[in-house]
Ligand binder design. Structure first.
Ligand code: ADP
Ligand code: ASP
Ligand code: MG
Length: 597
């Protein structure tokens, strides 16, 4: 017998008729011979309303009490759904997160799951019930109610599927179905770009990146669970029978297109730290301080130094700006550095596993944005993702331009068949066994440390801050058939810096082209090149959102006195560029710290 975990989002249980419709879907799955667990969110805007209630009392509610309040939204939904199912003649039992035994850490309002007991759910299922579990909530080890962060019901659903798969169900056949108000995952948010198309299948990695760069359709932590425990997820509409999107292990054909989805984060705060002494460990100090306040640093653009000083640019969620500035100010002062609040920006990202083997993808993205006359405030690239920052007011325009450039409005949608994918990811078994040894379910899983030597790096300082600059440079380089790997660009009050890496063998030619370009377009710019660099990658799942990983990595390098030349972060990989002669030492130390044999 297979187990299906269904999750109904807020709009899918917003009124009595929808609760009844959700009840019918659960009953249908049970009557088809499956065991069924249903996870529900708070109805409609309940969570927002509860937050408003708290605000009417105080601007700064104690986090513990906030969780006590927020958790009530989901409790209403589970009771109503259980009643609906009973009315339709099936057995159901509602359970809160605490009753199920979803144990979390104690970070109220953004708790992470430590463990989930399967006993109570298995008992409910064995007695012939549909088990209905409140999403978004758990309890900590002292039995305080906690919540997982906005949108966290997705994470509850996939985590339940994961734990049932590893210990609760014979044959491990577990699928997770997410019912929401769209009929699947689209090439981008259809509310922002009407031409967006539904995707039939998307890989865990692509979805993980997309959801962490703004595709709010799935809580990104839910995809970490899907990836780590290999739980295929079907995302579909709760309002009709239309087919949805399967999130599954990567299939080779997915790499045929360079870009599979684009996403927008409407507002982030951009910060530049200027005049940072270029000594090992300095950036580590900044990021450690932020990590210890649970501030997730997003894009990081650190460029090579000039005159012994370097510039670090990065973004944080707008709501963390005040805190971030307060934490950085004393540190910067001690170093003679300057912290610059560079204002609100939007982040546009493109994602696709095909990026690994298609050339010129970054350049096409930059060109599409330049055509709109939009400036790029920062660029970072990662394995299957490229992100750029633009002015906040230009975000949607840039998103649309990029969506169009990659033809995403015309992709073919065949519709998915009724197949299930519970046993597709045979290659993931190892990952599951590693995961089983994790002390906490939601802990970061670092799987590999790898090295790419024989790389060269070019840095250009003082580029003109004009739309189209990057597009034009990379256009020239692409024309010469040179593949560019990492790109880091950062705009600050002292100018525009751009670094990129290429294979060491291509460095002389790339340098020649860059210098020629500068001679024509940017007389004030200067160039530096380094033919002996190595990229070190630490691979895992959910690397960027677990604040500790990057800072641990930078810490290891700082302790060894190794300077970091470039940094790139993504959900699956954090990469740094270091001098070639230090690489071996760095890799050994990183393997030791992340316990990789
Ligand atoms: P639920 O309440 O069911 O959890 P959400 O509002 O969290 O639903 O997520 C569904 C919404 O996500 C859609 O209405 C859509 O506007 C938005 N969305 C953002 N990016 C995408 C995307 N790439 N594909 C589909 N929907 C998206
Ligand atoms: N009700 C919670 C929220 O609105 C959790 C969720 O819907 O996933 O954020
Ligand atoms: Mg949601």
């Amino acid at each position: 017998m297979a187990l299906i975990v269904q999750k109904f989002g807020g709009s899918s249980v917003a009124n009595a008729a929808r609760v009844m419709a959700a009840a019918r879907k659960a009953i249908k799955a049970k009557q088809a011979g499956n065991q069924v667990i249903v996870v529900v969110s708070a109805r409609g805007d309940t969570t927002d309303d509860l937050i408003q209630l708290a605000r009417e009392i105080t601007e700064n509610p104690p986090a513990r009490e906030m969780d006590m309040l927020l958790a009530t939204g989901e409790q209403i939904s589970i009771a109503l759904l259980a009643m609906a199912i009973a009315t339709l003649g099936e057995k159901a039992v509602s359970l809160t997160g605490a009753q199920v035994g979803i144990v979390t850490d104690s970070f109220h309002t953004k708790a992470r799951i430590k463990s989930i007991s399967t006993n109570r759910m298995r008992m409910a299922l064995m007695e012939g019930n549909i088990a209905i579990v409140a999403g978004f909530q758990g309890m900590d080890e002292k039995e305080n109610i906690t919540t997982l962060g906005r949108g966290g019901s997705d994470t509850t659903a996939v985590a339940l599927a994961a734990v049932m798969k590893t210990e609760g169900v014979e044959g491990n056949k577990v699928d997770c179905e997410i019912y929401t108000d769209v009929d699947g995952i689209y090439t981008t948010d259809p509310r922002l770009v009407p031409e967006a198309r539904k995707i039939d299948f998307i890989s865990y990695d692509e979805m993980l990146e997309l959801s962490s760069v703004g595709a709010g359709v799935m809580h990104s932590r839910s995809i970490e669970f899907a990836r780590k425990f290999d739980v295929p997820v079907l995302v579909c509409s709760s309002f009709g029978e239309a087919t949805g999107t399967w999130i599954i292990p990567e299939q080779s054909w997915m790499a045929d297109s360079p870009v599979r989805g684009v996403a927008l984060v409407k507002d982030e705060a951009r910060i530049a730290i200027l005049d940072v002494p270029d000594r090992p460990g300095i950036s580590h100090q900044f990021f450690t301080a932020l990590a210890s306040s649970a501030i997730v640093v997003d894009m990081i653009a650190q460029n090579v130094s000039r005159n012994g000083k370097t510039t670090i640019g990065f973004t944080v969620p707008t709501e963390d700006l005040k805190n971030t500035l307060a934490i950085l100010a004393p540190l910067a002062e001690g170093l003679g550095a300057i912290v610059e609040n560079s204002g609100e920006v939007s982040k546009v990202s493109i994602v696709g596993v095909g990026m690994r083997n298609h050339t010129g993808v970054a350049q096409r993205m930059f060109k599409a944005i330049a055509k709109e006359g939009i400036h790029l405030r920062m660029i970072t690239t990662a394995d299957i993702k490229i992100s750029v920052l633009v002015e906040k007011s230009e975000g949607i325009q840039a998103l649309r331009a990029v969506h169009q450039e990659f033809g995403l409005g015309q992709i073919e949608t065949k519709g998915i068949q009724g197949d299930r994918y519970s046993s597709l990811g045979a290659g993931y078994t190892d990952l599951v066994s590693i995961t089983n040894r994790l002390p906490n379910m939601e802990d970061i899983l670092v799987t590999e440390v790898s090295v790419e030597s024989e790389q060269g790096r070019i840095t250009v300082f003082q580029l003109p801050d004009l739309p189209g600059t990057c597009s034009s440079i990379f256009g020239s380089i692409a024309q010469a058939g040179i593949v560019v790997d990492m790109i880091v660009q950062n705009v600050h009050s002292q100018g525009v810096d751009l670094s990129f890496s290429v294979l060491a063998g291509n460095l002389p030619f790339a340098l020649e082209i860059t210098e020629k370009w500068i001679g024509i377009h940017a007389k004030n710019a200067t160039v530096a090149a380094d033919p002996d660099i190595t990229a070190i990658h630490v691979h895992g799942v959910g690397m960027r959102t677990h604040t500790g990983v990057a800072s641990k990595m930078f810490g290891v390098l700082a302790n060894l006195g190794i300077n970091i030349n470039m940094i790139n972060t993504s959900e699956m990989k954090i990469s740094v560029v270091v001098d070639q002669d230090k690489a071996g030492m760095a890799v050994n130390a990183l393997k030791e710290v992340f316990q990789i044999s």
